[in-house]
Write a protein that binds this ligand. Structure first.
Ligand code: AMP
Length: 471
């Protein structure tokens, strides 16, 4: 029996059967490390991103420990909330809830999901019937707590999933309130892509003697993400993006921007310039977002322009290229953004457009990546006959330019073709891709929208969405 076989865990038969039906053979690294610890009831602080199998890493042991409460009674009182899973976005909440349902399907444990942007009534009805595992976004959960639909005084497990993202979005006060309703005697599991000082503070306040588990990002190693940083004046960024798309023959890309307004504007301009583009940001209705996503997965859209918050948690992996139209405000978002490309052996391209005012953000990135970034000049094709080298770079890092002879366009182009993708110790970490993911799911099964969209996500105001402006 292999070290990481699920059978080593001695999971209860209904759970083992569900795992087998999912087609999982061996545990992912986070599962192999976290499940035995969670089974002992200890608190866990896990560094792992979406895509590592972390949902099963906390759900399976949690369900196993809840089995002692399993009962077939129809009385709601016999089904109090025993486990609470908090996530930052409705997409993530929905994805996690779907997985929990699958793992629990052969048990009598009930689960439900509540998130904002939808009618509270059906959620209320489900809560009133009683559920053992409640998956929720913080704001909507507080609404239900205030409406006395959710009582949390019997919670034994709380999972703070994507905790860094919850703090980024500003959910800390909501989290603090929710946690204040829970019994002190409980197990707390915290998962975060990174352990920033804020996350460590959160853990210090709410976790007791946690076991720390870290796995490498679900990305890149033998796979290569070719990273480029181009110095481009703000006004030339669109031109630069179009040029790279054209020169590299990019078929589809994610384009990340820092603001909702910038997102809508950029998508509109690119669309006007003939690129099939869709914007994905927090002001879009759920229905609009799912449609955008679906069109992208089906290849009807070339560029998906997105803010970090809107893109987080979406099941889109392995796009051929990622553009950072804006250098991210939060250096860690760079990791999330470029993690969308170059998965599991495939090569990917990550292009970051650096404008002269981005010095501090680039400095933050260099600190995180622990290396000095080479900011390359970009020469626009229409300028080539005159041999002009974009001087944005000069504005960026004058002293570097002085001792670096400027190379011709052709020289640089030849070099970039010949040069292997730059080695980057931060990203070149070992990764064991789940065998099932060799073909990106979103490429392999381009089903019609309706069949992929969870039954949980139904837009409340379909008609209003049609009239909603894209800004
Ligand atoms: P997660 O990181 O929890 O969002 O999981 C990412 C994907 O990996 C989901 O589609 C899971 O169904 C799948 N998955 C989780 N654990 C395993 C496993 N041990 N073997 C194969 N696939 C898995």
């Amino acid at each position: 029996m292999s070290e990481s076989a699920f059978s080593k865990l001695n999971l209860a038969e209904p759970l083992a059967r569900a795992v087998a039906e999912m087609g999982y053979e061996s545990m992912t690294p986070i599962q192999a490390q976290a499940i035995p610890v969670v089974l002992t009831g200890k608190d866990v602080m896990g560094a792992a991103q979406t895509g590592t199998g972390k949902t099963a890493a906390f759900s399976l042991p949690l369900l196993q420990r809840l089995l002692k409460h399993e009962n077939a009674s129809t009385s709601p009182a016999r089904h109090p909330v025993r486990a609470l899973v908090l996530l930052p976005t409705r997409e993530l909440a929905d994805q996690v809830a779907q997985q929990v349902k699958l793992y629990a399907k052969h048990t009598n444990l009930r689960s439900a999901v509540v998130f904002g942007g939808m009618d509270m009534k059906p959620q209320t009805a489900e809560l009133k019937r009683g559920v053992e595992v409640l998956v929720a976004t913080p704001g909507r959960l507080l609404d239900h707590i205030e409406a006395k639909n959710a009582v949390l005084n019997q919670v034994e497990y709380v999972v703070l999933d994507e905790a860094d993202r919850m703090l980024d979005i500003g959910f800390l006060p909501d989290l603090q309130r929710i946690l204040s309703y829970l019994p002190k005697q409980r197990t707390t599991l915290l998962f975060s892509a990174t352990f920033s000082p804020e996350i460590k503070r959160l853990a210090a306040s709410y976790l007791q003697d946690p076991v720390t588990i870290e796995v490498s990002r679900p990305n890149t190693t033998a796979s290569t993400v070719e990273q480029h940083f181009y110095s481009v004046p703000e006004d030339d960024k669109r031109r630069a993006l179009r040029q790279v798309v054209r020169q590299r023959g990019i078929t589809q890309a994610f384009v990340f921007v820092n603001s909702k307004l910038g997102c809508a504007r950029l998508a509109r301009s690119l669309e006007r310039e003939g690129l099939k583009t869709t914007a994905l940001h927090g002001d879009k209705s759920q229905d609009e977002r799912l449609k955008a996503l679906d069109a992208f997965k089906k290849g009807e859209v070339d560029l998906l322009v997105a803010t970090d918050v809107a893109a987080r948690g979406l099941d889109i992996k392995d796009v051929p290229a990622v553009f950072n139209f804006d250098v991210p405000f939060n250096a860690e978002d760079y990791v999330h953004r470029i993690g969308r490309t170059g998965r599991a052996g495939a090569s990917g391209l990550a292009v970051t457009l650096v404008s002269p005012g981005d010095g501090r953000l680039v400095g933050d990135l260099e600190k995180l990546l622990k290396r000095k970034l080479e900011i390359e000049p970009i020469e626009f094709e229409e300028d080539r006959p005159r041999g002009r080298i974009n001087d944005g770079r000069r504005a960026w890092r004058e002293q570097d330019d002085e001792d670096r002879p400027q190379r011709s366009w052709d020289e640089r182009r030849r070099e970039s073709r010949a040069a292997p993708a730059p080695k980057d110790p931060f990203f070149d970490q070992p990764y064991q891709p789940p065998a099932r993911e060799e073909v990106p799911a979103w490429e392999a099964n381009a089903k019609p929208a309706s069949s992929r969209v969870s039954a949980n996500i139904k837009t409340k105001r379909k008609v209003a969405a049609l009239f909603k402006s894209t800004t």
